[in-house]
Design a protein around this ligand. Structure first.
Ligand SMILES: Cc1ncc(COP(=O)(O)O)c(C=O)c1O
Length: 388
């Protein structure tokens, strides 16, 4: 990728999302998880939705904001599954008015009744998946799930199956096996007790990304093993809800050195970004070395630096004790694997620093500015003038 051109055109800090990397990644996952439909959880990154929508079966949408993004992109209702722990009347009303065929998840009895009411109001036949809880605030208990299946005779609402997602960054195949067996057992019980066979099981495996240089992960074997485990659900149409594992690798975050200094604790490089923009999973970043490239005008001998961002907090450490060729002001760090969550999970409003630009690199390597710099000073401003 021509980072020098990106830096010259857009400056730093910025995120870049590369379409070819993204599409190759989806093909790789499809190839490994044979026959499974892929549902992209758009919370991982909304900026790449248009690029990938034709490569996945559905988009998982969890909030009014996510719905409005997808609607504005002109994506049709049959590509969506409307999910989320809080579904408000007005948004679901709008969605039903906008679309003909749609899938919804049910995360509570309240949501079941809301969907009944609105599908009746709009005379819309809808498909629903009941989300099974893993014991937290999401989804419904086994008892509630069974009672919905047992009692549902709604003319508009067809129960297509089960949804299950218990968390992200799951490294343990044992844990995935347990979850797959749990879903299989539940489906068997539903058949025995109510002669109900789920048509679909939508399962979020929380596929992991390994962000740091000291980690080893044989992803090929991991996915082969997961694919074997999923064969236990072969009786059903299985779709996999995935966010992080689809989006991470296509994204880079560019931030440049703006100051250099030395004190009793070593050499410090200050960059124009920081932890408000760059979030890997967990808070361990400063102690680990993420994957990165360094763009330098001149190369020198290696030195050890602490790389800090430009927030007013000692926590704003991107990498500690990093050995790199002697740094100069304007050298640019290109942090990798930031395509998922990083742009949204940061404490972006802290210190009223601007939100970074977002650049898409299309299939033909052309650049597109998808979001310009946004001034958070406007958001953090106490707007007395607005009172009038
Ligand atoms: C319901 C649901 N499905 C899928 C995902 C995506 O998870 P991941 O990014 O780990 O693939 C999430 C993430 O929070 C989720 O809440």
């Amino acid at each position: 990728m021509d980072y020098k051109k990106i830096i010259a055109t857009y400056g730093t800090p910025c995120y870049c999302y590369d379409t070819n990397t993204l599409l190759d990644r989806i093909e790789y996952l499809k190839d490994k998880l044979k026959g499974k439909k892929i549902v992209y959880a758009i919370k991982a990154n909304t900026f790449i939705v248009k690029e990938l929508v034709d490569s996945v079966s559905r988009l998982e949408i969890c909030s009014p904001g996510e719905y409005h993004i997808v609607k504005r992109l002109g994506i049709s209702g049959d590509k969506m599954v409307i999910s989320g722990v809080y579904k408000d009347y007005d948004t679901i009303d709008e969605i039903m008015r906008d679309n003909d065929v749609l899938r919804y998840t049910i995360e509570s009895l309240e949501q079941y009744h809301l969907l009944q009411e609105l599908s009746k109001k709009h005379h819309k036949d809808i498909n629903v998946l009941i989300r099974l809880t893993s014991g937290n605030q999401f989804g419904v208990s086994v008892d509630d799930l069974k009672s919905i299946i047992r009692d549902n005779n709604d003319e508009h609402l067809q129960i297509k199956g089960i949804e299950y997602f218990s968390g992200t960054q799951k490294h343990s195949l044992k844990r995935l096996e347990k979850e797959i067996d749990k879903l299989n057992d539940l489906a068997n019980e539903l058949k025995e007790e109510f002669n109900y066979v789920p048509e679909e099981i939508e399962y979020g495996p929380g596929l992991p990304i390994f962000y740091f240089q000291d980690e080893e992960f044989d992803e090929d074997s991991f996915l082969d093993e997961l694919n074997n485990l999923l064969k236990r659900l072969d009786k059903y149409h299985v779709s996999l809800e995935i966010g992080r594992s689809i989006a991470s690798s296509c994204g880079t975050y560019l931030t440049q050195v703006v100051d250099l200094k030395e004190n009793q604790n070593g050499l410090f490089a200050i960059v124009d970004g920081g932890i408000h923009h760059l979030v890997y999973y967990g808070q361990t970043m400063a102690m680990r070395i993420p994957h990165f490239d360094l763009i330098q005008k001149e190369k020198g001998d290696n030195k050890t630096y602490n790389i800090y961002g430009s927030l007013c907090t000692i926590n704003d450490c991107l990498v500690k004790n990093l050995e790199v060729p002697k740094l100069h002001i304007h050298d640019v760090f290109v942090f990798k694997n930031v395509g998922a969550y990083s742009a949204t999970e940061g404490i972006s409003l802290f210190l009223s620093r601007d939100l970074p630009k977002i650049i898409l690199i299309d299939k033909n390597h052309e650049f597109h500015l998808l979001r310009d710099t946004i001034k958070t000073s406007d958001i953090n401003y106490p707007n007395y003038e607005g009172e009038k």
